[in-house]
Design a protein around this ligand. Structure first.
Ligand SMILES: Nc1ncnc2c1ncn2[C@@H]1O[C@H](COP(=O)(O)OP(=O)(O)O)[C@@H](O)[C@H]1O
Ligand code: SF4
Ligand SMILES: [Mg+2]
Length: 318
């Protein structure tokens, strides 16, 4: 995935997700997490080039016709962004905004749409009467609940949540995470949850992928990756988040100097080598593919076992 500027922000990513499964994607700011989320629904800016396959229930989102893509957004897969205030329209009542995807996709109209809005508000823990409120009348946590209700409105198969709780304080963050977890479990929806915070993901997700400089450098069962990361970058991230929601660790994790590289000027060899505490001399010239790192685990580091083949697709929940 390359932006018009020439920045290859996401490279060689292969991930798959089953219905009801929760996949976490972790990494510092600038590692390509949002670019990957936007690519999944073809929401990237014009001029961006994208290669490979993005399969949702077997259909390739990358090559889909525009009309079909429009139908798939919300109804097939929907996205929850970080800043709910910026995603909601300040001059429309939230009930109308939740109903909008239903009206566009004709999944409900009139009274049926109103009933569905009330039901969705209750599912996300808001009184149905709040449908008449404007965004500024709600707290940050309530607005994020509205965004989740909107994402659920057309019964999608997949929800992509990009830093859904980062703007919220720790108590509200925990409530929203529990809400997302409950809804995903109840409705058998696939969830891709993106965060810079490995502890949040380990607590919420089944599997965890760690991104660095646009690539997946480690993948495996969430708890194992958090407790016992195999890639030096995964280790640094997990050491950086001893507690859920530590905002100080958003950029450079503790003990790890520097920043992720600019995608238009990536270092040669392993892109992590300039920051890696255990780099070998060969790391400056030899790039590493994902290797087998134990049952259902892989990591891209010279210190980890034998090479395995990564898939080249992002698969749908079903
Ligand atoms: N529209 C864009 N044009 C060019 N480069 C971009 C654009 N959006 C993001 N980038 C670059 O792509 C890289 C990854 O960004 P992003 O996906 O937002 O990372 P993250 O979500 O992990 O913080 C960053 O270096 C960022 O500067
Ligand atoms: S391949 Fe080398 S530089 Fe890269 S993470 Fe492993 S030890 Fe560090
Ligand atoms: Mg982001």
């Amino acid at each position: 995935m390359t932006y018009a500027s020439g920045a290859a922000a996401v490279r060689g990513v292969g991930l798959s997700l089953q219905a009801g499964q929760k996949l976490g994607i972790a990494g510092e700011s600038g590692c390509g997490k949002s670019t990957l989320a936007l690519a999944l629904l073809r929401l990237l800016p014009p001029g961006t080039s994208l290669s490979g396959e993005i399969l949702l229930d077997g259909e390739d989102i990358r090559t889909m016709k525009w009309g079909r893509l429009r139908a798939v957004r919300w109804a097939g897969a929907s996205i929850v962004f970080q800043g709910a205030m910026h995603s909601l329209n300040a001059v429309h009542r939230i009930g109308d905004q939740i109903a909008e995807p239903m009206l566009i996709h004709r999944t409900a109209t009139g009274d049926a749409a109103r009933r569905r809005v009330a039901e969705l508000l209750e599912q996300v823990g808001l009184p149905a009467a709040r449908a008449r409120a404007y965004p500024h009348e709600l707290s940050g946590g309530q607005r994020q609940r509205v965004m989740i209700a909107m994402a659920l409105a057309c019964d999608p198969r997949l929800i992509v949540a990009d830093e859904p709780t980062t703007a919220l304080d720790v108590m509200i963050q925990a409530q929203i995470l529990r809400l997302i977890e409950r809804l995903v479990a109840e409705q058998g929806v696939g969830l891709i949850m993106i965060s810079h915070d490995l502890a949040v993901l380990a607590d919420t997700c089944d599997r965890l992928a760690v991104m660095y400089a646009g690539r997946i450098v480690e993948e495996g069962p969430a708890r194992q990756v958090y407790d016992d990361a195999r890639h030096p970058y995964g280790q640094a991230l997990s050491a950086a988040f001893p507690r859920i929601g530590d905002p100080a660790s958003r950029h450079a994790p503790h003990g790890l100097a520097g920043d992720p590289p600019d995608p238009s000027a990536l270092p040669g060899g392993c892109t992590f080598h300039p920051r890696c505490p255990v780099a070998l001399e060969s790391c400056a010239s030899d790039d590493q593919a994902l290797r087998d790192a134990g049952p259902e685990r892989s990591a891209a580091c010279v210190h980890v076992g034998a090479p395995v083949h990564a898939e080249a697709t992002v698969r749908s929940p079903r």
